[in-house]
Design a protein around this ligand. Structure first.
Ligand code: BGC
Length: 712
């Protein structure tokens, strides 16, 4: 159903208070069907006769160039006399965003809290118009970064008239992504008193969402509750919020009389700990529950092995994805950022598609990537775009990398059909903006973000900018060629371009200086036929660097892959299993429950790396999980049979792990790969729902659907 109705808004400015729109209507006899189609400028919660219409939270999601609307079946909630209410918070559409920038002059924040809705009861339509009313809601303030103030004692004055206005001028489109819903409920793991005397609740897991208050009958009206949120405690055990930067992340609640329950309607927080700044009595665990919310993606990948720290690392990757997949793939969920950083998304997309079914999620986000792309092909740093900047290598390449990975994981060429023009435009942008034909020179890039191979105050690593940009130019062009072929397009011009880039790259970059330079040359086929030599040089460099990684956002996702694909599986496991800084397991040994933004977000002595850019829930380095699925367990989609229509299963065991098991729910069915060291041999148990190429050591077995055991 399409949504064509007037936009309405309150006739006066309600200031910080969230408006609640109301419409009373009758439904004489039980209808055959009744639906509500709705969207809003901000985030809305709709109830019919006091009952929430849907469990979609933070609807209508986040887009900037278009607005999703939702259609709900309301038949079961309908009575003879009905009251529909819709509360609207600022949400993504109207909260100040990108809070580290001076002021937020985006006209977005000046938009009124508009509502556009249509009820259809059998054939009778009731649309937003001036017969609706609005009043100030009990949500007195609600923004994404700063949190919410809810006054349960507040009594609104009489409902006020609304007026029709032109609306935000955005095209309205039906819900395209996965709905955001409450997913996990966590009870307090501990109630602590910190050295400073603060009362803190530890939920034991860093999550994204909010808390629910369940207050007992003795609660009296007017009692204030103030709650602050934090991801970590400092080394003394005190509550620590500096890494939220300007995001206040506070929840304030004014009680009414008697037993009551409350959870925020229009905001979310990234947190493991909460501090009770005001609370009317000694808190009991049953008073507060944490609720994790994220887009409703179906879990598809499971991993377990003999090593508890690796298992926890994997869990941290899963939680990192849950916490950062709220309609948009974000860098982090807590500080004054929470943006759809393209570089982070391209680093993680392959892992994301193993962990969960993210086809719908990425289809929606990639539609916005294309929609927001400039006519000249520039892809913004963040999608939805609120920064206005763009065109960094390895960030903007999300436009080619993400569609390709989604196609490989689910085998549905629609994503390539939809994104192909955008993919080409991105490559054309580079061709038109480089200073040197067949390389990408010039421009402003983020480099190998947060790599360790540069002086501490430099956060871009030492990988040469032109090297990195040209390598991604080659890679993106190769993906345009592959994607075009998969959907029957003539890509001969891009094939020529790719050959030109490879030739020039190999002539220009004859030596590889950083770990990431080796990694990119290997991963993108740019070694000039010197794969083994380059992989051996990388292995030697890793060892010379102290047998540890030095890579940042760009090199890290491929580091273990290029080692294990070139005879250095042993070293790949050594890096995976390393527990000292820098490594994937170091944060786990420090008690991490999500993936950190920096290899040393927290130092071994408990100090924080920095206050300024230090998230404890940043999924980028969690991309290591795709090596666990794709190399350790060896389950990989094949380019000529995407979506696991045929599977390659090439497990790579290591005796330091006694056993390892992965199961992956694909569109074809369940793929399982397990190996185990037993009596001096390795036993492999493999199950495939489709024809598979199973590689055990140097043997290749072509098998049909079924379960198989091998010994190696
Ligand atoms: C974000 C990153 C992002 C980066 C751009 C940061 O502030 O949190 O994850 O990719 O900026 O370099």
């Amino acid at each position: 159903m399409s949504l064509q109705a007037n936009w309405i808004k309150p006739t006066r400015d309600f200031g910080d208070a969230c408006p609640v729109f109301t419409k009373k209507f009758t439904a004489a006899k039980p209808p055959k069907s009744a639906t509500l189609t709705i969207t809003a400028m901000g985030v809305y919660e709709a109830t019919l006769n006091g009952v929430r219409i849907s469990d979609y939270v933070l609807a209508p999601g986040w887009t900037t160039k278009r607005l999703q609307y939702q259609t709900y079946d309301i038949t079961p909630l309908l009575k003879a006399e009905n009251t529909l209410t819709v509360s609207i918070g600022r949400g993504w559409q109207r909260s100040p965003l990108a809070g580290w920038r001076e002021g937020d002059t985006q006209p977005r924040t000046l938009q009124p809290p508009g509502l556009c809705a249509k009820l259809l009861i059998d054939n009778h339509a009731i649309e937003t118009d001036t017969t609706w009313q609005a009043c100030e809601g009990q949500t007195r303030f609600s923004e994404l970064y700063d949190g919410e103030l809810y006054d349960a004692s507040f009594q609104a004055a009489a409902p006020e008239p609304v007026e029709i206005y032109p609306g935000p001028g955005l095209p309205l489109v039906p819900q395209q992504g996965d709905e955001i819903k409450e997913q996990d409920r966590l009870t307090p793991a501990a109630v602590l008193t910190t050295p400073k005397g603060e009362t803190v609740i530890d939920f034991g897991q860093n999550i994204t969402g909010y808390i629910e208050l369940n207050l007992p009958p003795e609660t009296s009206a007017g009692s204030p509750i103030t709650i602050s949120f934090a991801e970590v405690l400092d080394k003394h055990g005190n509550f620590y919020t500096e890494n939220y930067r300007s995001a206040k992340s506070m929840l304030r609640y004014i009680c009414k009389d008697g037993a009551q329950s409350y959870k925020p309607k229009h905001t979310f927080f990234g947190f493991r700990y909460i501090r009770l700044d005001d609370f009317p009595y000694a808190v009991k665990p049953e008073h507060i529950t944490a609720i994790a919310v994220h887009s409703e993606m179906k879990r598809s990948g499971y991993f377990e092995c003999s090593h508890p720290l690796v298992n926890r690392l994997f869990e941290n990757v899963i939680w990192g994805q849950k916490g950062n997949f709220l309609d948009v793939p974000t860098d982090c969920p807590q500080r004054d950022e929470r943006l759809g950083w393209t570089g982070d998304a391209q680093a993680f997309v392959r892992t994301a598609a193993y962990n969960f079914d993210v086809e719908r999620f990425f289809t929606k986000w990639l539609a916005d990537v294309a929609l927001e792309q400039l006519e000249n092909g520039l892809v913004h740093h963040v999608i939805p775009d609120v920064l206005g900047d763009g065109a960094s290598a390895a960030w903007a390449d999300a436009a080619t990398i993400c569609p390709w990975q989604i196609y490989l994981a689910y085998g549905n060429a629609d994503i390539l059909e939809r994104q192909f023009a955008s993919m080409c435009k991105w490559v054309d942008y580079i061709t038109a903006h480089t200073q040197d034909e067949y390389l990408w020179t010039g421009g402003t890039h983020f480099g190998d973000w947060l790599a360790l191979d540069s002086p501490p105050e430099h956060i871009k690593g030492s990988t040469r900018q032109d090297f990195l940009a040209s390598a991604f130019y080659a890679y993106s062009t190769s993906l345009v060629v592959k994607a075009g072929k998969a959907i029957g397009r003539d890509v001969s011009a891009y094939e020529k371009l790719h050959a030109g880039i490879v030739k020039k790259f190999e002539a220009e970059f004859t030596d590889f200086r950083t770990q990431t330079e080796h990694v990119l040359a290997l991963q993108f086929g740019l070694t000039g036929g010197r794969e083994q030599e380059t992989a051996d040089a990388l292995a030697a460099k890793v060892k010379a660097d102290g047998t540890c990684l030095q890579t940042g956002f760009v090199g890290t996702p491929y580091l273990l892959h290029v080692l294990s694909e070139n005879g250095h599986t042993d070293l790949a496991y050594t890096l995976l299993l390393r527990e000292e800084y820098p490594s994937w397991l170091y944060p786990v040994t420090m008690g991490a429950t999500t993936i950190w933004e920096r290899w040393d977000s927290r130092k071994p002595n408990g100090d924080f790396q920095t206050t300024q850019m230090n998230s404890f829930n940043h999924y980028a380095y969690g991309a290591v999980a795709d090596w666990l699925y794709g190399a350790a367990a060896g389950i990989q989609p094949l380019e000529d049979a995407p979506g696991y229509q045929r599977v390659r299963i090439a497990p790579q065991p290591d005796a330091r792990l006694g056993w390892l098991a992965v199961s992956l729910n694909t569109r074809q069915g369940l793929v399982r790969s397990k190996w185990q060291y037993t009596e001096g041999r390795v036993r492999y148990d493999i199950e495939t729902p489709s024809p598979a190429e199973i590689v055990i050591g140097s043997e290749v077995y072509e098998v049909g659907r079924g379960s198989y055991t091998f010994y190696g």
